[in-house]
Design a protein around this ligand. Structure first.
Ligand code: SF4
Ligand code: SF4
Length: 224
């Protein structure tokens, strides 16, 4: 799931101050589940922004809409209706959703209200942890289902590094060493002998170092 965090209120305020009719659009998917960009947060943000004391002249007109998946261009085109007098959209989606709205409503400024943080999973109620960075060549088969790319600070493929201590990471002692987790998991799976194998050089050609990637329906068939 994509995890986001609301930008500081003052940053949001300064980016919307120039507009008079703002449509605040929550997203009903990932950022709704992680309680940062859904309907409730969109309405709460509208309440905060409606304070006339925040503005030199009158407060802008604020309308709130929540759309199920702001990252789906065809759905947005078909179903997201923008009031005619709207002069800016304030989106609570992840960066992909904000860019989708920008592409569909190309004459309107689309302002992000969130900082998109990471691809994560629920750790405990209210806390999500980064678990994957979308490297394009998954190694979880060899690492007992624990990702050394997303969860090891040094992204090493044959760990742990020399700094691992008592199961904690030297970069941040509050974090478990990912390689300690991998070793523990391989033991549970009865596969600790696999730990002794040197992991081959990883194919990084599918990572984002070559620029934005495109998911395709089939070989050579553009997704769009
Ligand atoms: S190895 Fe790559 S694809 Fe697999 S979980 Fe880690 S970052 Fe994600
Ligand atoms: S201590 Fe563990 S998690 Fe931290 S950088 Fe070293 S191998 Fe990676």
């Amino acid at each position: 799931m994509i995890v986001g965090k609301m930008k500081p209120f003052d940053e949001i305020l300064s980016s919307v101050k120039a507009f008079k009719n703002i449509l605040i659009v929550g997203c009903g998917s990932c950022v709704s589940v992680c309680l940062t960009g859904g309907d409730r947060e969109a309405k709460a943000l509208a309440r905060e922004l409606s304070n006339p004391d925040l503005f030199d002249q009158s407060a802008p007109t604020l309308r709130v809409e929540t759309f199920q998946r702001q990252c789906e261009r065809d759905l947005v085109k078909e179903y997201l209706k923008i009031p005619a007098d709207t002069d800016a959209i304030l989106s609570l989606a992840c960066g992909a959703g904000v860019q989708t709205l920008s592409a569909v409503f190309e004459k309107l400024p689309v302002i992000p209200a969130l900082n998109t943080s990471f691809l994560g999973a629920l750790d405990e109620p209210g806390t999500w942890r980064e678990k994957c960075v979308g490297c394009g060549d998954c190694v979880l088969t060899s690492t007992g289902g624990i990702c050394p790319i997303a969860r090891c600070a040094k992204r090493i493929l044959n760990g742990p590094c020399g700094g691992s201590s008592k199961g904690k990471c030297e970069i941040n002692p509050d974090l478990d060493c990912a390689w300690q987790l991998i070793i523990d998991r391989l033991k549970v799976l009865g596969r600790i002998d696999e730990y002794e194998r040197i992991m081959p050089l990883k194919d990084w050609s599918a990572d984002r170092g070559r620029g934005p990637r495109l998911s395709q329906k089939a070989a050579n068939e553009p997704f769009e």
